[in-house]
Design a protein around this ligand. Structure first.
Ligand code: NAD
Length: 485
């Protein structure tokens, strides 16, 4: 049985109240670990350790040395790559190939933001004054302090380092609250921090749940200077309310209901391959994933048949099955949510092209959170599965007739995270990309990420942008110095 502990001030510790909770495997619902739950006093200690670090050893390091440490950390993660992959896959049940992809991107997050902080200049303005002598203005960036990092379970290491990377690069300390479903890689990262010599208190991890537990204790703590969050939209709203006390800034990356728009002139093979990935990668548990597919009518039947064929060939199995491309959902609870949408789709009159049920698995695996990948057609745009974020391996495919109609229907959602456009007509691709209300738009691709670019959602999908220099806006305070000459 794994013992997963909090990481506070450079040491692995149990919660002061001695509380623990069980970590279950998504593969067969077996308890695989006991996690130490942090109480208010533990969060207090973590925040205090963070504050000492940002005023002391972390602040005193030269920028070059901080950047070198972050490079060393990324290298240590690469050296222990197999441990990170095993931990990520054990928590989530994701295929090893998916876990490898996610963990590699997790390590890269430290290098990219080290580079940004080292290389990006700040602003400078000369100004005239009445006496003719003039003045100059220059900007300094300073760390915001201790950042609360609240994370989801769907890509735990990747999404956590996406926040911790820029925070540390900017000279902040962090108190991370990983999802209660996926505590392992955040804890493992503590070992890597100690190995490379990141000062104690810079990186802290407190385990637990949301309300009445570590999540609430972190987000309501007055010593937390800013809160960055990835997760569901309604949790983001609760966190924003908590952040209002003390007027703390928030960066919120929240839910999505993303549309792929496939024009009849698209390369069929590429559009099918890309849509397959965007709907079913990580068992559909990707915030940027596609759950709504719009296909231009002349192409509709061909596309539906081709996607059905590809889904039929999808190999589903546990991580140790070398051919498996899809694993289980994160938990039985989440499976119940996904299956409730599978039922709703049928009640609302969907044509089930493929899938639609829980997946029968052999032996003990049948106790796990397995579902069939599912495609529906035939529902109006008012249907639940067309509007609600399901976060499972499923999509509804609808035909459309004009470009204007596709844009209007893609935008008819409370969310605005991502979209994928498939066409060979470049002028149209640019036109549609400009009109779609989404923070990230892919043309003839999906999930291709240059970490220097802005990332975030419109509408109920988020507040703020992170990535490249945009992360500096959140993780630093920009200060203007005006010098009269
Ligand atoms: P969630 O909102 O249930 O939980 C996220 C985290 O918030 C967890 O650590 C949880 O313990 C904590 N939490 C819950 N209630 C809280 C509260 N009141 N105060 C403080 N912390 C609280 O989300 P999830 O189910 O873990 O993740 C799936 C969701 O994340 C989906 O909606 C998905 O779209 C979204 N997501 C968004 C992005 C993005 O970049 N926009 C990326 C990945 C996932």
């Amino acid at each position: 049985m794994l013992q997963i502990r909090n990481f506070i001030d450079g040491a692995f510790v149990d919660g002061a109240e001695g509380k623990t909770f069980a970590k279950r495997s998504p593969l067969d619902n077996r308890v695989i670990g006991e996690v130490a739950e942090a109480g208010r006093a533990d969060v207090d200690r973590a925040v205090a350790a963070g504050r000492r670090a940002v005023k002391g050893p972390w602040k005193k390091l030269k920028l070059e040395d901080r950047v070198d440490l972050l490079y060393a950390l990324a290298d240590e993660m690469t050296r222990r790559f197999d441990d990170f992959v095993a931990a990520e896959s054990s928590d989530t049940g994701m295929p090893l190939a998916t876990a490898r992809h996610m963990c590699a991107r997790g390590a890269a997050n430290f290098k990219i933001f080290a580079d940004v902080v080292k290389n990006v200049p700040s602003e400078f303005f000369e100004m005239a004054t009445p006496d003719g002598a003039g003045a100059i203005n220059y900007a300094l960036r300073r760390p915001v302090g201790v950042v609360g990092v609240v994370c989801p379970w769907n890509a735990p290491l990747l999404l956590m380092t996406w926040k911790v990377g820029p925070a540390l690069a900017c000279g902040d300390a962090v108190v991370v609250k990983p999802s209660e479903e996926t505590p392992q890689t955040a804890a493992l990262l503590g070992e890597a921090m100690n190995t490379v010599g990141i000062p104690a208190g810079v990186y802290n991890v407190v385990h637990g749940f949301g309300p009445g537990s570590a999540g609430e204790f972190v987000t309501t703590h007055p010593g937390i200077s800013a809160i960055t969050f990835t997760g569901e939209t309604r949790t983001g709203a609760a966190i924003m309310k908590a952040a209002a006390d003390g007027a703390r800034p928030v960066s919120l990356e929240m839910g999505g209901k993303n549309t792929a728009i496939i024009f009849a002139d698209a390369d069929l093979d590429k559009a099918v391959e890309g849509t397959m990935r965007s709907c079913f990668l990580n068992t559909g548990q990707v915030c940027l994933g596609t759950e709504r597919v719009l296909v231009e009518r002349p192409f509709f039947d061909t596309f539906v048949a081709a996607l059905k064929d590809a889904v039929g060939k999808l190999k589903i199995g546990p991580p140790d099955d070398p051919g498996a491309a899809m694993g289980p959902l994160i938990s039985l609870e989440h499976r119940e949510k996904v299956l409730s949408y599978y039922r709703k789709a049928v009640e609302e009159g969907a044509n089930v092209v493929i899938g639609g049920r829980a997946l029968e698995m052999p032996g003990e695996l049948n106790k796990g959170a397995w579902v069939q990948p599912t495609i529906w057609t035939g529902l109006p745009d008012t249907a639940s599965v067309w509007n609600d974020e399901i976060f499972g391996p499923c999509c509804h495919i609808s035909p459309f007739d004009t470009e204007e109609e596709a844009i209007e229907r893609a935008n008819a959602t409370q969310y605005g995270l991502s979209s994928a456009i498939w066409t060979r007509d470049l002028a149209r691709a640019h036109r549609v990309a400009a009109e779609v209300e989404a923070g990230v738009v892919w043309v003839n691709s999906w999930f291709l990420r240059d970490l220097r670019t802005a990332f975030g959602g419109m509408k109920n999908s988020g507040i703020g942008r992170e990535g490249g220099v945009h992360s500096l806006e959140f993780y630093t305070e920009l200060k203007n110095v005006c010098v009269k000459l």
